[in-house]
Design a protein. Sequence first.
Length: 323
Amino acid sequence: MKKKILVCGSTGFIGRNIAEALAEKDEFEVFGTHFLTPALNNPGITPIHVDLTNAEQVDRVVQGKDIIIQAAATTSGSKDIVTRPYVHVTDNAVMNSLIFKAAHENSVSQMVFFSCTVMYQSSEIPLKESDFKANEEIHSNYFGVGWTKIYIEKMCEFYSRLGQTKYTVIRHSNVYGPHDKYDLEHSHVFGATITKIMTNRDGKIVVWGPGTEKRDLLYVGDLVKFVELSIAKQQTNYELVNVGYGEAIAIKDLVYRMIECSGKEIVVEHDLSQPHIPTSLSLDTSLAEKIFGWQPGTSLEEGIKKTMAWYRTKMLQPTSRVS
């Protein structure tokens, strides 16, 4: 009998990539939630319209499911993190509280939750999961979203101790690739830079800030592979693991690397008046390798080229433009 998998946030960046990948596997029956965006047009994914901040609706969609991939979240780029940090707090805390409660009460076998890395201190060396301590300060720009993620991680651990459901908590680095946000108002640095380069007409692009901050960039296909391994291999009730590329690159160097991969001649200018977050981070993923046998398989250059090829096909062709 096929396992029934519910992908919450199946029309979002991470959720869509996971839902489409799992839909290709014969052992799964995939359901995908959507709310403010249209359902996916994929015959292998059963769409479910649901408000994940409504308890009755959450309980309805969770009933009968074996595995839940919780990829639904309110997300955006650095501008919102700096100017409207509250948008990442309330709805995310509410929806996860309701989903975990419903998963427990309906005896779901496994929950996969996507945390992040904003709780970590800036560092020039790769950080392990144990490098965050509960008594540490979180960067002021990440205070709201960081402590919200820690609270939700602890909620996962709490429910895992009740014995009904296994929990996999993923502290992933900056993920990029197909179906990311590519509008300049809401996208992260990778998606925004892709759009600036691929749509460039005047031979120059503007980077916010000096570009000295460093980021660990993970191709979304490698994250999907980790999720598949966690479903197949997790034995314990609770695991919290870093999932990232394992190396950091300065934003200014990333921009030049992306321009080189595009084959275009573009001059880079810096707007120091725009918001940026001057931290540097990379992840030690040895625990993910030890427990699940996972390692990132896509180099940064390969990932950039794959993403640009997808963008040319899906975003620059009027007849095939995706939402």
